[in-house]
Ligand binder design. Structure first.
Ligand SMILES: NC(=O)c1ccc[n+]([C@@H]2O[C@H](COP(=O)([O-])OP(=O)(O)OC[C@H]3O[C@@H](n4cnc5c(N)ncnc54)[C@H](O)[C@@H]3O)[C@@H](O)[C@H]2O)c1
Length: 446
């Protein structure tokens, strides 16, 4: 099948590469000429495990190509995927300018029947607005062309995106037309063989399903962070509590890890956008507000612990930061807790020596050259002449470091573990001062 995808970011590229791998003829369109030039040369502008190989293989076999030319894009695919960004607007609502710009340009070039597939995360009612934008452009051209608008939200996780797309838990399709549901069923058939994963519903329910899923996951994290903060105050260890509650099958173990707050391009903005949608209907979504509020506070927690350990004197101190990406498996630093921490440290005169296995380029792009940030070649190098270690992203390579070497490298044997990846008792035995999240007390060497 012929597929066009507008937006060559995380979602667009993964969707394009996986659909091409299944045998479809995919054309990816983006307004960023630099990005398209890179992709045409076989370079992938983002880090996502397996994506680069998948794109290169399919470029070589001619099943995926890239362009900035909208008219070629509209002419190409029966399916026109919209996978552009929906960043937060100032009031927290989703900024739909990119989605509607794509809709308009589809309307400006539409000649034959097309299925417009909304894959971006968009507020309830957006499919109607996409429909209107296309119709207005067609009316201006004095044309009548048939088309359908479908909601098909994406649930992939960065870091595991290829597997998530190839073996989805579900494929949600929101449509008011059984014909488009059948067309999408054909397109998704290669990913739907084991059992039927397609959940077909009305458009508004599909749009809300994506927000409800992200809000639920974000709520689990903020709930655990709240419990961690209580555990810390009452002398309990949240890691014990986590195991105690996770063993209940009604609760389960996933997404109940306390930490330095959730970031990324989805949860923070989607919780806010859903709250905004709800406000517009006159409903006060108190729980959603609390989820965001708890998360905001959590992102400042590590700084507070560091500041208190150094008795408020951080001017001239050097902190080693392990991890910059908002989670392991990606180079994405959008709304990452590492950014909040670094900016707080810089504000009080501290210096940061940071290392991340994938996000170094992204950090360089965001912060450029600055005297109080050294981007190091390895996690070991980040420790040199530093006053303490802060772990903020739980990459595998940080989980079992050589603690003797670590202790020798640091000026003070202090670890701030923003993801609870270390055993406090063990570190205490090794002579470290350990701070975790919700771990009852401050673990001091005996
Ligand atoms: N990143 C994720 O993990 C994830 C998961 C599920 C859903 N989503 C949702 O999917 C959408 C896309 O997210 P992303 O992370 O891939 O975004 P992204 O910022 O990585 O990529 C968006 C791309 O769209 C391009 N673009 C903007 N306007 C365009 C236009 N008019 N025509 C063509 N291209 C255009 C940009 O240049 C950019 O390359 C968002 O709504 C997001 O919430 C993201």
């Amino acid at each position: 099948m012929k597929v066009t995808i507008f937006g060559s970011g995380y979602v667009g590229l993964v969707t394009g590469a996986c659909l091409a791998e299944a045998g479809n003829d995919v054309l990816c369109v983006d307004i960023d000429p630099q990005k398209i030039a890179m992709l045409q040369q076989g370079e992938v502008p983002i880090y996502e495990p397996g994506l680069c190989d998948l794109i290169r293989t399919n470029v070589a076999s001619g099943r995926i190509s890239f362009t900035t030319d909208v008219s070629t894009g509209v002419a190409h695919g029966l399916f026109q995927f919209i996978a552009v960004g929906t960043p937060p607007d100032e009031d927290g609502s989703a900024d739909l300018q990119y989605v509607l710009a794509v809709a308009r340009s589809i309307g400006e070039h539409l000649e034959d029947y097309r299925v417009i597939v909304d894959k971006s995360t968009v507020p309830v009612g957006t499919a109607d607005r996409v429909h209107v934008a296309i119709q207005e452009a067609l009316t201006q051209r004095g044309l009548t062309v048939e088309y359908d608008v479908v909601s098909n939200p994406e649930f992939l996780k960065e870091g595991n995106a290829i597997a998530d797309f190839m073996k989805p838990d579900r494929v949600v399709v929101g449509t008011d037309n059984p014909r488009t549901a059948e067309l999408l069923r054909l397109l998704y058939a290669p990913f739907n063989r084991n059992h039927d994963r397609m959940v077909v519903m009305d458009i508004r329910s599909a749009e809300l399903t994506k927000y409800a899923a992200n809000a639920m996951l974000a709520t689990k994290i903020s709930f655990m962070n709240e419990m961690a903060n209580i555990a810390e105050r009452v002398g309990a260890d949240i890691e014990m509590v986590r195991q105690g509650i996770g063993s209940d099958s009604r609760i389960g173990y996933s997404f109940i890890y306390p930490g330095a707050g959730f970031g990324g391009s989805c949860f923070p903005k989607d919780v806010r956008a859903l709250g905004h949608t709800s406000e517009q209907t006159g409903y006060d979504a108190a729980l959603l507000k609390a989820v965001s509020e708890v998360n905001q506070k959590q992102k400042h927690l590590l700084f507070k612990k560091i500041e208190s350990h150094f008795n408020g004197d951080l001017d001239g101190k050097v902190l080693s930061l392990w991890g910059l990406a908002f989670k392991p498996g990606t180079d994405d630093m959008r709304e990452a807790p590492s950014r909040v921490l670094m900016e707080e440290l810089w504000a009080v005169g501290a210096r940061v020596q940071a290392y991340d296995p994938q996000a170094m380029e992204e950090a360089r792009r965001i912060y450029g050259k600055r005297a109080d940030l050294t981007l190091c070649q390895s996690h070991e190098q980040a420790l040199e002449n530093s006053d303490a270690l802060v772990v903020i992203t739980e990459w595998q390579e940080f989980r079992s470091p050589d603690f003797d070497q670590l202790k020798q490298a640091l000026r003070h044997p202090v670890i701030f573990d923003g993801r609870n990846i270390y055993d406090p008792a063990w570190l205490q035995q090794l002579g470290f001062t350990y701070y975790g999240i919700g771990r009852g007390c401050r673990w001091m060497p005996t």
